[in-house]
Ligand binder design. Structure first.
Ligand SMILES: Cc1cc2nc3c(=O)[nH]c(=O)nc-3n(C[C@H](O)[C@H](O)[C@H](O)COP(=O)(O)OP(=O)(O)OC[C@H]3O[C@@H](n4cnc5c(N)ncnc54)[C@H](O)[C@@H]3O)c2cc1C
Ligand SMILES: NC(=O)c1ccc[n+]([C@@H]2O[C@H](COP(=O)([O-])OP(=O)(O)OC[C@H]3O[C@@H](n4cnc5c(N)ncnc54)[C@H](O)[C@@H]3O)[C@@H](O)[C@H]2O)c1
Length: 432
């Protein structure tokens, strides 16, 4: 088959790129091995945030800890029982050609799916996303451990759960299952949860978890997993279920990118600032290792689509990448942490404000904080943790993205009494 563009992988980034290119009148083949929409709508962001929303209502006392309606909502509203007909129809209605199956790049303008060879005259977009990275722990292979897929699909809450890996997925799901009645222990290899975020964020989440009865063990090295009589045992903890959330990996060999001269043992598909891999080949999203977030996939897709359509395009920038971990309290962060800024040799200034010191924080009895990291008179990073940490993050993302001088930010009027007013309390600490 001859087309204009092949999009290999129809996750959030691939689906967006393929749909927009098809709408613009190009002949687009979207290749998908599993479900059109990818990880985010079926096993990631959307169902996990439905779980988080329900868990927060349980914790607030507004909802009984009954899992059945949560599982039903995920099945009926989020995933259509893990059926992508709506998404597939949406793409074909735009004129796109959906090719189901596992595709491999077999040349600079060619992707092969089973017996079918597809050739593209305008380009290939590699959008294969990522898969759970499973550590090579003795005894783990062959056991019925969960990844995010089984955790999202579950119709029952286990009586006990060990979560291996205290990153974003691990902490969000640990709190959900705990609030729905499971006895949960998080085992983290690093010396703190959310180890890539500010240490104050880790301390806050660890404190809240401990207060809620979630076991937290850090600096844990798991050498062996035992599984017998329906129970897992690892690092001295026994539980009905084991959820492995130890990061994600990109399988370059499965994408066949050796055919265009790439090292298939690399961790990610290498791209330049316009997401170009080679002449007529682009890549996006989790596959390029520049932040595994849906908003990054769609950001990349926009840069690629504009080039293919000959529209004005900007280069990808990574100084203001926002991320939100949807624990309660939420941890929102953008740009560099203090440690990362110091590692870069920047002349760093830091300021910290406890949310409880702000009027709204005090009224809401909120736990959280705002931490600002500045260099050369502009914010280079910030963390907003609290009940609306992900929303307070918006103004901080704008400030880091647009490099608004700290001085100018300190002249702004902050509505009273809001959580974001804590930012105005932290700013003077950067100016002194
Ligand atoms: C539990 C969980 C919660 C998350 N929560 C959030 C959140 O709150 N906010 C956020 O921003 N991000 C979140 N993420 C991350 C987000 O889901 C991913 O960053 C996003 O889905 C990546 O999009 P993508 O388009 O790069 O790839 P993916 O979503 O991984 O999709 C890639 C697609 O390509 C297909 N594919 C791969 N290889 C081939 C091949 N060779 N041939 C054919 N098809 C192929 C796959 O089947 C898949 O459908 C979460 C992830 C998880 C697991
Ligand atoms: N709210 C969000 O935006 C959101 C939510 C979930 C996931 N995501 C995305 O998905 C990505 C993957 O999530 P994740 O939580 O799987 O990965 P992660 O890389 O964020 O965290 C993995 C954690 O597991 C630990 N770990 C690794 N190997 C271990 C081992 N053998 N024993 C014990 N601990 C071990 C790491 O130290 C790390 O803390 C995230 O980085 C994020 O980009 C985003």
């Amino acid at each position: 088959m001859d087309v204009d563009v092949i999009v290999l992988g129809m996750g959030p980034g691939g689906e967006d790129a393929a749909g927009r290119l098809a709408e613009a009148g190009l002949k687009v083949a979207g290749v998908e091995a599993n479900l059109v929409g990818g990880e985010c709508p079926y096993w990631g962001c959307i169902p996990s945030k439905m779980m988080v929303t329900a868990a927060n209502e349980v914790a607030a006392g507004g909802l009984a800890p009954d899992w059945a309606p949560v599982a039903r909502r995920i099945r009926e509203e989020a995933t259509d029982d893990w059926n992508d007909k709506v998404a597939a129809d949406r793409f074909t209605a735009k004129g796109g050609i959906l090719v189901r199956g596992h595709g491999r790049v077999t040349g600079p303008d060619e992707v092969t799916v089973g017996e079918q060879v597809i050739r593209a005259s305008r380009g290939i977009v590699i959008a294969g996303g990522s898969q759970p990275a499973i550590p090579p722990i003795r005894g783990l292979d062959g056991t019925p451990y969960w990844t995010n897929h089984e955790a999202i699909e579950t119709e029952t809450v286990p009586d006990s759960l060990v979560v291996l890996g205290g990153g974003a997925i691990g902490v969000e799901l640990a709190q959900v299952f705990s609030r729905f009645g499971a006895e949960v222990t998080v085992l983290e290899g690093a010396d703190r949860l959310l180890s890539t975020e500010e240490p104050e964020a880790s301390a806050l989440v660890e404190k809240v978890f401990t207060d809620e009865g979630i076991g937290v063990r850090t600096s844990v090295k798991v050498d062996e997993v035992g599984y017998a009589d329906g129970r897992f045992t690892l690092a001295g903890v026994a539980a009905e279920r084991l959820l492995v959330t130890t990061g994600r990996r990109v399988d370059l060999a499965a994408l066949g990118v050796g055919a265009i001269g790439l090292d298939e043992s690399a961790k990610a598909v290498p791209v330049d600032e316009r997401m170009r891999v080679a002449e007529g080949v682009w890549a996006l999203g989790d596959a390029v290792g520049k932040g595994a977030f849906t908003h990054m996939s769609v950001y990349h897709a926009d840069i690629i689509v504009r080039q293919i359509l000959g529209e004005p395009v900007h280069e990808a920038e990574y100084h203001a990448v926002p991320r939100v971990t949807f624990t309660d309290p939420e941890v929102g962060a953008v740009g560099l942490t203090e440690a990362q800024a110091r590692e870069r040799g920047l002349d760093v200034r830091v300021s910290f404000t406890d949310l409880a010191a702000s009027t709204r924080g005090w009224i809401a009895r909120a736990e959280g904080f705002v931490k600002l990291v500045a260099a050369d008179g502009v914010l280079v990073g910030a963390t907003s943790a609290g009940p609306c940490g992900g929303e307070v993050l918006a103004m901080l993302t704008l400030a880091v993205h647009a490099r608004i001088p700290v001085e100018r930010l300190s002249q702004m009027i902050y509505a009273y009494p809001t959580f974001h007013r804590a930012v105005s309390s932290a700013l003077p600490g950067l100016l002194r």
